[in-house]
Design a protein around this ligand. Structure first.
Ligand SMILES: [Zn+2]
Ligand SMILES: [Zn+2]
Length: 138
């Protein structure tokens, strides 16, 4: 049994299942859209089209394209410009959750965070020493 949900596209109540995240009617609409997008993209001259271009030509919602790439219904291997926005900066990507820039940015953040941690440890150790020595002098 699926759970009852409001369709994110039209707000009608429907039963969610593993294949559909919108109601029957919207699902049919989406399939039509998918068909239109796919028919457009499969033409050799359109393979490298951008999302913007596909939206212009087919009138499909950009978010649907994002969803299809995430679900691998549109394969980035065939359509290099299809993708979805990076969680962090919104750049179009087609694998993972965040783009390469943000990934390396995160790594740098982590490194500086670790460096900071070491630095803080050193400060704490030295202040402990100061504390003890002051204690002894008393
Ligand atoms: Zn619906
Ligand atoms: Zn990013």
């Amino acid at each position: 049994m699926g759970e009852l949900l409001n369709c994110p596209a039209c707000n009608k109540i429907f039963i969610k299942n593993q294949f559909r995240d919108v109601c029957d009617q919207c699902y049919k609409e989406e399939e039509k859209m998918y068909e239109a997008v796919y028919q457009f993209l499969r033409k050799r001259e359109n393979r490298a089209a951008t999302i913007k271009r596909v939206v212009e030509v087919t009138g499909v919602d950009e978010q649907l394209i994002h969803k299809w790439v995430k679900k691998r219904r549109l394969q980035p291997a065939h359509f290099p410009n299809m993708g979805y926005p990076c969680d962090t900066c919104g750049k179009i990507i087609n694998k993972g959750k965040i783009c390469d820039d943000c990934t390396s940015g995160l790594k740098q953040d982590l490194q500086s965070f670790q460096a900071q941690g070491k630095w803080r440890e050193r400060i704490e150790n030295s202040s402990k020493k100061t504390y003890y020595s002051r204690d002894l002098n008393r």
